[in-house]
Design a protein around this ligand. Structure first.
Ligand SMILES: [Zn+2]
Length: 392
């Protein structure tokens, strides 16, 4: 989907930048005037491309990108899209009786895309208004907008929406400045006390000496996955506490006390994590994306290679063959994969190298039982230790 945009409702009240994009809004309430009279009774999003209506491509793309809730905005009185994503028991029974199991599966899959919710746009007041109709269902979360009349596919690779979500979290230069400009809120402008740059003072690694975005390298300023080094998190916490105290001086003592409490807990946890990973000093890990160097550096592991040839570029057979050779030569036995990355690719490589694939979500909230940084790191360290331990 082109013109996909990760949007934020109101910068002041949103979740942190690391929040995962779970919801997508698909406006489909237009008159489709360019395609009249074909679109007189049928929404243009229902026009077929090969064997599917075009909106189904958008829904499949969103689901493949890790979107959990699809919100489709339809015009009042046009139920074709709703019917398409609903189950159709009599059709299913008919296919079953005829023994057409293949088609039955195809049909059932459409109604099993996860949560698809519908909201109505009663008046044709434009695209902005259509998106606004989804406000209550989206809440205060970052979300994606997919316009399904532009179909863009990346067969076998990272879905287009997924690429955009990753970019949005890391390359804020692309979206944050225009967003701030539109917000017209001087309190959070660059240089204002309300603007907190969490990474201030962190030493980024892998700062490129030359950078060519045409090669798809999304680590333009250095490796941005610094939060999995607990000592970097201390710097971030200090930045936040310092800025909060400036903005809200009467509570400065509370911020400072909370910061000390956080640091004490972090020191205790860090010692524990270091102890858990100590037996595996020098162990070689392979990751899907180049998102673990800070962890490796802190805990004495070695990142041998990545399944992606470059950050943000989908693995190619030629590159994977190289990685497999390298893993065999170096006896590397674990592959770390985050939930939104392509686990199947990692499993293929693991089969050919005798390695194990470790689920390694980095962000708090990525797993149901890990809503805090401490829980999330606890899980991550435990998973890596047990993966490396199983290979000893
Ligand atoms: Zn990255």
């Amino acid at each position: 989907m082109s013109r996909v945009a990760a949007a934020r409702d109101d910068l002041k009240e949103t979740a942190p930048i690391t929040a995962r994009v779970r919801k997508a809004v698909l406006p489909a309430a237009g008159f489709g005037t360019r395609f009249l009279p074909a679109t007189k009774a049928i929404p243009k999003e229902m026009m077929p491309l090969v064997d599917r209506p075009i909106i189904q491509y958008a829904v499949e793309e969103a689901v493949a990108s890790g979107i959990e809730q699809i919100i489709i905005v339809i015009a009042t009185g046009r139920s074709a899209i709703e019917d398409h994503f609903d189950s159709n028991p009599s059709l299913e029974r008919w296919l079953e009786d005829r023994g057409d199991i293949e088609m039955l599966r195809t049909i059932r899959r459409i109604s099993e895309f996860g949560t698809v919710a519908f909201v109505h746009q009663r008046e044709q007041l434009g695209l902005g208004h259509a998106v606004l109709m989804a406000k209550d269902l989206v809440g205060e979360e970052p979300f994606a907008v997919l316009l399904s009349d532009d179909v863009m596919l990346n067969p076998g690779g990272v879905p287009v929406t997924r690429q955009l979500i990753d970019g949005g979290a890391e390359l804020e230069l692309g979206w944050l400045p225009p967003l701030l400009e539109n917000a017209r809120n001087g309190k959070i402008a660059a240089g204002a006390p309300g603007r907190i740059v969490a990474s201030e003072g962190i030493r980024l690694v892998e700062i490129p000496t030359s950078f060519d975005r045409s090669k798809g390298d999304i680590h333009s300023l250095g490796n941005p996955h610094f939060m999995i080094d607990p000592l970097n998190v201390k710097i971030v916490a200090r930045n936040i506490a310092t800025h909060f105290a400036q903005i809200d001086p009467k509570s400065a003592a509370t911020y400072s006390a909370n910061l000390s409490k956080f640091n004490t807990r972090l020191d205790t946890k860090l010692a524990q994590w270091q102890q858990q990973l100590a037996p595996y000093k020098g162990a070689k890990i392979v990751t899907y994306h180049r998102d673990f160097p800070y962890l490796a550096q802190r805990f004495g592991l070695v990142t041998l290679d990545e399944l992606e040839p470059k950050p943000g570029i989908a693995p190619s057979p030629a590159h994977l063959a190289q990685v497999i050779g390298k893993m065999k030569a170096n006896n590397a036995k674990v592959i770390l994969v985050q939930p939104f990355q392509n686990r199947k690719t990692a499993e293929t490589v693991a089969r050919q190298t005798g390695a194990v694939v470790i689920d390694a979500p980095q962000q708090p909230g990525a797993a149901a039982n890990a809503s805090t940084y401490f829980d999330s790191m606890d899980n991550l360290v435990r998973a890596i230790a047990s993966g490396l331990g199983a290979q000893k």
